[in-house]
Every structure is written in C-alpha cells, then in structure tokens.
Design a protein around this ligand. Structure first.
Ligand code: ATP
Length: 479
C-alpha cells in the first residue's frame, strides 16, 4: 500500500471511521466495520445516491430485497455456471492469485519502464485470452511465456489456471441436505429482476422506468485487499433501468453522464475520474463501461454502467415459467425490456471520498491534517465548543446545540485546549465550528470557524442557524 493509503487507514482507525473486523481476535482478513464517523458518511452517501436516483426522477422507485433468494435465481442468472474468476497458485508458497491480475500487473510494470509497445502486445494477448474458449489454458500460456513471477516468492513455479466460483453458499434451515443449498447474493440486481412485475404493477410504471436498491452483496474474492476497496462483504447501490429494445445505448449514455456528474458534485475532482470500456463482457452484457477513480495505487473501478440486454428477464422467464413481458399501453406491443444498470460500490465510493478529502498542511510550523469533505458527506456538520468549561459558557453552548440539532448533525465538545478541539474536528472533516467565548457572555455573539480556510467570523448567537444554512447553500452552488 502507498504512504497515502497507510495514512488514511491510520486516520480511519484513530478517528472512528473504519475499524478492522473482530480486531480483539486479531482481525478477520479484508473485513471491516464502520465506526461512529464512518457510519455517518455511509448514511450520507446512500442518502445522496437515493436523492439523485429515486427522489429526483418520477420514473424511478426504490426496493429492498432479501439477501437469500431461491437457488434457481442464480442458475437462471448464469452466476452458478459463469460467475468465476481465474485463479493460479504459486507452488513455492501456496499463495493464490487472480491470473488476469498478475498479467495486468506485468503490463503496468512494462509501461512504467517505458516499454509501451510490448505492453500493448501483452494487453492484446490478455484480451484474446479472456475471450478464448480455453480461457484458463490461454492465461496460463501467457503467464509462463511472459515469465511472470510470483509477487511473493519471485519464482515462476505456477500451477494450472482454474476457474473459481465467487458465490458463497450455505444451507437453509436445519437440514444438511444439499437440496437446501442457497447462496448469499453476489449482486442486488437479481432481487430487482424477479420483482419486475410486483414493482411495475404496484408503482404503475411505464417504460422507461428504474428500480433502485441499496444492500449488501457477498463475493468470495480470490484475493481481497487494499482496505475497503475489495472485500468479501460489501454494499452496492444499484439501479436497473428498463427500456424498450433498441433504446439501450441512448439510456446508457444518459446514465454515464449523470453518474459522472454525481461523483463530481460530491467533491471528486474531474482529473481523478475516467471511463474504461470492458474488453471482456460479462455473460449478460452487450456493452459495459467502468467509471474508474485514480486510487493511490492506480486507476480502478468505482462504479459500472452496463447494458445488460434482456438476458436476465428472459432467463427468469425461462426458468420460472412466468412471463416477463411488458405490454406497451399505446401500441399493445409485447416485449421483454432491455436493462441498463448503474452498479456502484458504496465502500469503494467511501474510499475514494476519503482519498479525495485527505489533506496535510503546515500551519504556524505545525502539521494540520484535515478531511476536506463536501458538507453533504461530512459526518458532523457543526461542532459547538465553549472556550472554557466554566463561567456559564457550557450552558450557552448547549442551548445553541439544542437550537441546531433539528437541522444539522451537531457535536458538543468542552474537553481540552480549543486548538486541539479544532484539529480533531478538522480530522473528521467538520466544516464549521461554533465557539462560545467571553464576548458571547457580554454581547451575545459567537465565532463561526470554517474548516478549510480556518477563517472566523463573529455573528449573533441567534443568527447561527441562518448563517450556516446560507453558507451551506453557497457551498452547494459552488460559490
Ligand atoms: P472488479 O472488476 O473490481 O472485481 P466487478 O466488475 O466484478 O469489480 P461489478 O460486478 O460491476 O464489479 O459490481 C458493481 C460494483 O460493486 C463495482 O463497481 C464495485 O464498486 C463494487 N464491488 C464489486 N466487487 C466488490 C468487492 N469485492 N468489494 C467492494 N466493492 C465491490
């Protein structure tokens, strides 16, 4: 991990954003818990997404389906047969890797050395191998011919490449009978597809329309690492947009534009985002794009925008025997709708937002660390701080907090030197601090300190809510 990654991981623990799961037992690999600050960010990101997808569109509704589903769902969707990653083992260390990741790493190293032409050739061979009928053999040949070495042992002592299914399975109920095998969902989308008619009929929707869903997904990743970037249990925010066949490309373009804008609006810089078109399409897609973010360790997928054709609805029609058709109310034409999906990983978005927000500065010869979150994302919007814990200042500060808490997530802190308290609020990204001091007791004014500029202004204590609302409004407007 890069130095910036290490700093973010350490700040996340120190300030209560993210902890390793089961830490007192030595932790569980690649599994994380969100602390008091992290859970607020998570809720804020979900709310921003829900506002954008559900509340701002008359033709998109929400849904919340179960993690467990009928096992035939995953047969129909193709996940039982095709939701695989190619894995390979280093015989020296028994360490396991994703074969395509090893080749990607090799290509990146060639580029770093300025060998772009070679890198392009290997890349071309990788795309061909991934689309080859004998994908595992083709990947193995590429790894051995390129003499790609194991990152851990430095040797070229590889097993064959095998396909590994990423779905977790478990048993339903008390019986250990294999008949009762069920899966933890690897994506929320299937819950949406099987409810296509339930939602469409009850919400009285006509094509084009969308169904949005936020929930946990589980994948038994071969290698899970890079903090919350790749975990085996994660949150997805997915929206399935149902359109008439033939109009999927138009819908895809619209959603690519809107999803990019949403990330920009939440404070991600444009130079940190780019589109990448899939070279190996999933079994259900006719075209697919990844929105990539430049994490400290390189460009990686943040969100996918995929044209999934009518593959899923058609498959559920076949396996369930239930019609998945839509009847156009005007023309009476019957068809199975096409789907354009926006599939975002909540944890990956949070990691990108942590990376974007992290700043270090020098102030009066001292290091200041701050998380420059957009106020919409910030866990605490305003901290109320009495300068000292006496002379009636805490009472006034509590009264101000009470007057603000209906509108903002507020935080009260009276312990320690004021400078330290400001630094603590900077580190969790609190955009405003309101301080009650000696002057407050004589003339009824307080200071409002802004996180990024550290500038302070004095305002009447009764005017604080109005001033904050105004400041947040101009932040939203980008002024
Ligand atoms: P990758 O290629 O990185 O494995 P993917 O293409 O399999 O990802 P999708 O199936 O498109 O991912 O899933 C949609 C989104 O879910 C991704 O853009 C990502 O943000 C998130 N996601 C997928 N797998 C994980 C994971 N193991 N941990 C955290 N988030 C994930």
């Amino acid at each position: 991990m890069s130095a910036q990654f290490d700093q973010i991981v350490s700040l996340s623990k120190r300030r209560g954003f993210i902890f390793q799961s089961s830490e007192i037992y030595g932790g569980l690999a690649a599994t994380y818990d969100y602390g008091p600050m992290g859970v607020e960010i998570k809720r804020n990101v979900v709310q921003c997404w829900w506002d954008e997808m559900v509340y701002r569109n008359d033709n998109i509704v929400g849904l919340d389906t179960a993690v467990f589903m009928h096992p035939t769902v995953w047969k129909a969707s193709g996940h039982v047969d095709a939701f695989n990653d190619p894995m390979i083992d280093d015989k020296t260390t028994n360490m396991r890797y994703r074969a395509d990741d090893l080749i990607e790493g090799h290509i990146a190293r060639l580029r770093k050395k300025g060998k772009d032409e070679r890198a392009d050739q290997v890349h071309e061979r990788l795309v061909a191998a991934l689309n080859d009928e004998n994908m595992t053999d083709a990947l193995h040949d590429l790894i051995t011919e390129e003499e790609i070495r194991s990152p851990d042992s430095g040797q070229c002592n590889w097993t064959e490449v095998r396909q590994f299914n990423l779905m977790f399975d478990t048993r339903l109920g008390a019986s250990s009978d294999s008949e009762n095998k069920i899966y933890l969902r690897p994506e929320t989308a299937q819950g949406t597809y099987v409810n296509f008619h339930n939602v469409r009929e009850t919400a009285r929707l006509q094509i084009p329309f969308g169904i949005a869903q936020v929930g946990k997904a589980f994948r038994n990743e071969i290698v899970a690492r890079q903090f919350i970037f790749r975990t085996r249990e994660f949150h997805q925010m997915e929206m399935q947009y149902f359109v008439a066949p033939g109009s999927q490309m138009e819908a895809l373009e619209m959603w690519r534009e809107r999803r990019m804008q949403w990330h920009l609006d939440n404070g991600i810089r444009p130079e940190k985002l780019r589109w990448h078109e899939h070279e190996k399409l999933a079994h259900y897609a006719d075209v697919a794009f990844d929105l990539q973010y430049e994490y400290p360790n390189g460009w990686q997928e943040l969100e996918g925008v995929h044209s999934r054709t009518d593959f899923d609805l058609k498959a559920h029609q076949k396996y369930s025997g239930k019609k998945m058709e839509y009847v156009d109310p005007q023309t009476r034409e019957r068809f199975i709708p096409y789907v354009v999906e926006t599939a975002a990983g909540l944890d990956r978005i949070i990691l990108a937002l942590l990376c974007e927000a992290y700043r270090e500065e020098e102030v009066n010869g001292e290091k200041r660390t701050l998380m420059a979150f957009h106020p919409r994302i910030a866990p605490i919007k305003v901290a109320i701080l009495p300068l000292v814990k006496k002379d009636g200042m805490p009472e006034v500060a509590h009264a101000i907090k009470d007057s603000l808490k209906a509108d903002f997530n507020t935080f009260y802190d009276e312990k320690g030197a004021i400078g330290r308290r400001y630094r603590r609020m900077d580190e969790v990204g609190t955009p405003f601090c309101v301080t009650v001091d000696g002057e407050t007791l004589t003339d009824g004014t307080v200071t409002i300190r802004e996180r990024d500029s550290m500038e302070q202004i004095r305002v009447e204590k009764d005017a604080v809510a109005g001033v904050l609302i105004e400041k947040l409004r101009s932040w939203e407007a980008g002024t």
